[in-house]
Write a protein that binds this ligand. Structure first.
Ligand code: C2E
Ligand code: CA
Ligand code: CA
Length: 665
């Protein structure tokens, strides 16, 4: 039996069936059913599969390759037509959900939208009406009814054009990627049906296959689950939360948010290990997912946080649901052989009354919990501050990077043995035309959050290399420059390539650069850090440990990491002025460094007494305002030349003011 000659061409239908089965398996495995929008997508593929199966069966029957009773013929045809014609309807619903339009529609409009689909169903179910679409004549041959085309075209026109219209009207309400994808897909879906009708060849029907391909493209573009589905828990991701919020926000729809924050997550994670804590998160997720339905989306935006977005809820209902959740989180979660109880804060807030911007959503998810005191009840967060300053600083960083207006200052480091300035620390400075000077401690932290830190790091290093190349400070006795590396940079495996590229570009000796890593970074990221550091050290770069004493660490890591220099944090020096106990702490830190055969640096040296004291304790290097504040390149070169050429017996060169506030000029 040939599947081709003289008969209907089945190849496209067989392909469509196979294609849709695979597609369905693919998306059902990925829990794509969470949330309404995904649900409609899922139905769409399911109906597509049923339609392609239906078409295959009816064609087999029509061509006499499959013998069935007359009743069965009609039933199969009715189902096939129904599924085929429902694709347009489902596509339209999917589009309405993507745009968040559906929930704004009144019941009357919802009913009106469903009328064409209902009319079609009535036509198919009522035998006399059905004859207008198709019938079997007395000899059992399939015949096309007078209304078939009219009905098909009607449905296509109404839903297809409805979808395109919605896309055009609501284009400002959706993300650009969604907009382009939906526009292309709705057109392609309609186009493929048109192709069928225009070709109008009873032996060939390719529309279902083409539509399946279109949907696959939609899947890849719109429902890219790696972005919207959180891989740890299968819940919706942080990206999905922000997307859904932005749709919500643009449509001025009101909703409630429940935030669940596990306060001691980090602590447990360190004790029981990431793998086991992940199992607990999965338990929590599978409990929370029970609430996911047409009106509730469940997100996992961060390790220790879950968020529920409630549509069409009253404030009372939202608080009630939050209270149920809080009560469950008061009880224990299974952790393999035993259970743990987490300290959890549950907060509720409203959109748009309390939260109406992405900045506020950010503050609510990231920061609100610190301000909430009570764990014994659900907290309603009435005022969510936008972290306006944070957004301002973020913009200022963007401007500074664009205008290349960041500056690098240098602070001398005094070598006790030779009584010369042997090193300096590069410190970045930012002055914004709108906000003025922004301290590095503030903008570095924000840049780490926004991902801009990489650019800042490269900028500083590049400047240091230019400085070394241009001034050749080695001729005046300066051996190396300390460059600060942020925690985020330390965890980026590409850092080696980056640094190499910059150093090579300016043809600088690697031993002229020493990277400072803060203790907290080392303590919290052992294996990642160790790999990055090893790679850098193998390439000839040396390291200093910064802010020693602030990381609350046990010091065993000092043995494993190869730091040439250890910088004691300035607070220990300043505290030593206050009492004998603190002095003992400082002394033992110095001794520990000496015992490990590393060089000790103390920062924050502001007075002659501090200097003398540290020298008496055998500290190798001193840094602080007593020598100089961080100063611009030219000033620093002048300072260096003068200091290192003066007569050492009298002490040192230029003395700088002893106030504590930082002068950026
Ligand atoms: P840090 O690495 O501990 O840098 C030393 C800070 O102590 C500098 O503050 C310096 O000006 C200040 N300092 C030094 N001696 C004294 C003193 O005698 N008295 C007082 N009161 N302060 C002194 P600065 O420049 O404001 O930098 C603050 C922090 O910002 C730095 O702390 C560092 O963590 C970060 N930072 C600065 N530049 C960079 C950079 O280029 N990259 C990265 N990742 N971080 C940077
Ligand atoms: Ca430093
Ligand atoms: Ca420091």
């Amino acid at each position: 039996m040939s599947l081709e000659t003289g008969y209907y061409n089945f190849y496209f239908d067989i392909c469509a069936v196979a294609f849709n089965i695979v597609f369905l398996l693919l998306i059902s495995g990925k829990k794509i059913v969470i949330g309404r929008r995904y649900k409609y997508f899922y139905y769409l593929v399911l109906v597509m599969l049923l339609a392609s199966l239906g078409e295959l069966c009816t064609s087999l029957i029509r061509d006499g390759l499959w013998q069935v009773s007359n009743g069965a013929k009609v039933a199969i045809n009715v189902l096939s037509s129904f599924f085929h014609n429902s694709i347009g309807f489902l596509l339209y619903m999917y589009v309405l959900h993507i745009f968040g339009i559906f929930r704004h529609l009144t019941m009357r409009i919802r009913i009106m939208i469903s009328i064409p689909e209902a009319v079609l169903t009535i036509f198919l179910v009522v035998p006399t009406l059905r004859k207008m679409i198709f019938y079997y004549d007395s000899s059992g041959h399939y015949c096309v009814g007078r209304w078939q085309n009219a009905l098909y075209w009607g449905i296509i026109l109404i839903y297809g054009c409805g979808a395109i219209l919605a896309v055009v009207i609501y284009r400002k309400h959706i993300l650009k990627n969604d907009f382009i994808s939906i526009f292309i897909i709705s057109n392609a879906m309609i186009g493929s049906i048109m192709v069928d009708k225009i070709v109008n060849d009873i032996h060939l029907n390719i529309s279902i296959f083409l539509q399946s391909v279109c949907l696959m493209i939609a899947y890849i573009r719109l429902e890219n689950d790696s972005e919207v589905i959180d891989s740890e828990t299968g819940l919706l991701s942080r990206v999905a939360l922000w997307n859904d919020f932005s749709v919500l926000n643009k449509t001025n729809y009101s909703a409630y948010l429940i935030l669940i924050d596990i306060n001691n997550y980090d602590y447990y994670s360190r004790i029981v290990g990431a793998k086991r804590i992940n199992d607990v998160l999965k338990n929590m997720a599978s409990w929370l997912i029970m609430f996911a339905d047409n009106k509730v989306n469940v997100y996992h935006p961060e390790h220790e946080k879950f968020v529920l977005l409630l549509y069409d809820y009253s404030k009372e209902d939202a608080l009630r649901l939050a209270e149920n959740i809080r009560l469950r989180f008061e009880k224990k979660w299974d952790l393999k052989d035993n259970g743990v109880v987490f300290q959890t804060t549950v907060a509720v807030t409203g959109v748009p009354n309390q939260i109406s911007s992405e900045g506020q959503l950010y503050s609510f998810v990231e920061g609100s919990v610190e301000k909430i005191k009570s764990k014994a009840k659900v907290n309603f967060v009435d005022e969510v501050e936008t972290d306006a300053r944070k957004l301002d600083v973020e913009m200022a960083i963007t401007r500074a990077l664009e205008n290349k207006s960041l500056q690098v200052y240098y602070q001398p480091i005094y070598d006790v043995k030779s009584q010369k300035i042997k090193a300096c620390e590069a410190l970045v400075r930012m002055t914004d035309e709108e906000i003025g000077e922004i301290p590095p401690e503030e903008f570095i932290r924000i840049a780490e959050e926004t991902g801009q830190i990489g650019y800042i790091g490269n900028f500083v290093l590049e400047n240091v290399c230019k400085f070394l190349q241009k001034n050749n400070p080695k001729q005046y006795g300066l051996e190396y420059v300390e460059v600060n590396m942020s925690t985020i940079e330390c965890m980026n495996p590409d850092i080696l390539r980056n640094i190499d590229k910059i150093i090579e570009k300016y043809d600088v000796d690697k031993n002229q650069i020493d990277l400072e890593i803060t203790e907290t970074a080392v303590v919290h990221n052992d294996s990642v850090m160790a790999n990055v550091m090893n790679a850098l050290q193998n390439s000839g770069i040396s390291f200093a440990l910064d802010d020693f004493g602030t990381g609350n660490a046990n010091y065993s890591y000092l043995v494993n990491y190869n730091f040439d220099i250890i910088k004691i944090d300035k607070t220990f020096l300043w505290a030593a002025d206050d009492n004998a106990g603190n002095k003992a702490v400082l002394n033992s830190m110095i001794q520990l460094i000496q015992g490990l055969n590393r060089k000790a640096v103390v920062e924050g040296v502001e007075t002659e007494e501090q200097k003398e004291y540290l020298i008496s304790k055998g500290v190798d290097f001193l840094q602080g305002y007593h020598f100089s504040k961080p100063i611009p390149e030219n000033e620093f070169m002048e300072y260096l030349r003068e200091f290192n050429s003066t007569n050492f017996e009298s002490g040192h060169g230029k003395q700088v003011t002893e106030e504590r506030e930082i002068d950026y000029k």
